[in-house]
Design a protein around this ligand. Structure first.
Ligand code: FAD
Length: 425
């Protein structure tokens, strides 16, 4: 039995009612593999459209990145839409831009419509550590406004202090269409909605073998599902069952710590508007406060998804650099989680054999894009594939040298960008 890592999220969510394990054989229209946001959003949109859906999660719902992340509802993609347009053509850039705020909207609508208790707080900010990053934020604001986000405000050093009480930054950009959630609570809420719509959700049911064909047979340790379609949302946690999906990208680890309870007053001294914050470095820091008034602070990347021995030693210096007023604060939770990096930093959507769909590789920003992915794959399975294909047609290059050689290559690349961030060039 595989259980949740001991994160602040597992501590603060109600994880006492597990979903059943699949035993025996089931038939479905669509089998969904993976109980993170990609799988959950897919199953939810498919069940809503009237499909008979079975979701199989290897461990617990939200076991992977979706139940461990910073909880930041960051809009758009890990590559900006103008770059997508200039690389792959204006029509592709425009089509991607038309969807760049939809993932956040899906989340907000789900929370409101189904009253999901997931500590949702609206508002987030990007912060700049140097003038170059501030210039990039100014350009981002223009770009995002052009594509329909009218809740953006550029902030100089002084104005930013009303959002982040830290001397580290030269300015920032606040986004009223951003916000934060307790992501594991959102995962569990979405799984219950799937059930309420007639979908079946199974935990402790790792897919062990996939038999392709007109009907896909998906084997687990104790059962199997025969389905017309399979949707794969296993992202960085995908194992040997589909080797064709693991060779083009790399799992990376990022780490989070949560402090002891600081109290509401102290939290509002640090982050007066209760926004979530991420900086603009290549290897970025991201943080926010929690519903029970702790600081949750993440940062750092370990290429190849190896677990660092001492997470607190890795993150504490970053936290104390941002908030020296927290020097010596007690850290109560530390954990690591894996996200999937692609060479292009763009998500990988596609098909294998026409009836197996996959969506993965959000490259660090996936809370919103996973929700969009689930919506567009449901459209594709219903026969309207235009929006799914905007992403499915993006070219994806394999990692040169495979995962083993790519770890030092990517780390070298990251050192280069980190140096540029430090020098502000
Ligand atoms: C620490 C951390 C912080 C992050 N912070 C943010 C943030 O603040 N904002 C943001 O936008 N993005 C953030 N991200 C990225 C974001 O969390 C991910 O992009 C997103 O959650 C990916 O969702 P997913 O459903 O595709 O994958 P996952 O959530 O990883 O889910 C994959 C699931 O598939 C299951 N699985 C694997 N193999 C099998 C199998 N054989 N059979 C059945 N099930 C299987 C796994 O157990 C897992 O539960 C962060 C990521 C990490 C790791």
């Amino acid at each position: 039995m595989s259980e949740y890592v001991s994160s602040y999220y597992a501590y603060s969510a109600d994880i006492s009612q597990p979903f059943p394990t699949l035993e025996g054989e089931l038939e479905a229209d669509v089998c969904v593999m993976g109980g993170g946001f990609t799988g959950l959003s897919s199953a939810l949109h498919l069940a809503k459209a009237g499909f008979k859906v079975v979701l199989l999660e290897a461990s617990r719902i939200g076991f992977g990145a979706s139940g461990r992340n910073g909880g930041q509802i960051v809009n758009s993609y890990s590559r900006d839409v103008d770059t997508i347009g200039s690389k792959y053509g204006k029509a592709v850039g425009d089509a991607a831009a038309a969807m760049m705020f939809e993932g956040g909207e899906i989340i907000r609508n789900l929370i409101t419509e189904h009253q999901i208790d997931c500590d949702y707080v609206p508002g987030g900010a990007f912060v700049a550590l140097n003038d170059k990053q501030m210039h990039e934020l100014t350009e981002q604001a223009k770009r995002w406004q052009r594509h329909g986000n009218n809740k953006l405000t550029l902030l100089d050093k002084q104005a930013l202090k009303t959002i982040v009480n830290s001397d580290r930054y030269v300015g920032g950009l606040s986004d009223g269409m951003s916000g934060h959630i307790q992501p594991l609570k959102l995962c569990l809420g979405e799984a219950r909605i799937i059930q309420s719509m007639g979908g079946q959700v199974f935990e402790q049911s790792p897919v062990t073998k996939i038999e392709k064909g007109q009907t896909v047979t998906v084997h687990t340790e104790k059962g199997r599902v025969k389905a017309k379609f399979l949707v794969v949302g296993a992202n960085a946690y995908l194992t040997h069952v589909l080797p064709e999906l693991t060779k083009r990208n790399m799992p990376c680890g990022t780490q989070i710590v949560t402090t002891e309870v600081l109290g509401e007053e102290h939290c509002r001294e640090l982050l007066p508007t209760n926004y979530c914050v991420e900086d603009c470095n290549y290897l970025l820091d991201y943080y926010r406060t929690t519903a029970d008034h702790r600081l949750l602070y993440g940062g750092g990347v370990v290429y190849g998804a190896r677990d660092p021995a001492d997470i607190e030693a890795l993150i504490r210096p970053k936290l104390e650099k941002t908030f020296p007023q927290l020097k010596g604060v007690k850290i109560e939770f530390t954990w690591t989680g894996n996200f999937l990096l692609t060479l292009s930093r763009l998500p990988e959507f596609g098909r294998l054999d026409n009836n197996i769909y996959y969506m993965q590789g959000y490259s660090g920003h996936g809370v919103t894009c996973t929700h969009l992915a689930g919506k567009v794959v449901a459209e594709a399975i219903r026969g309207q594939a235009e929006r799914f294909d905007v992403f499915a047609k993006l070219p994806h290059l394999p990692l040169l040298g495979g995962r083993v050689l790519q770890i030092p290559f990517t780390a070298l690349g990251a050192s280069y960008y980190t140096l540029r961030d430090k020098l502000g060039i």
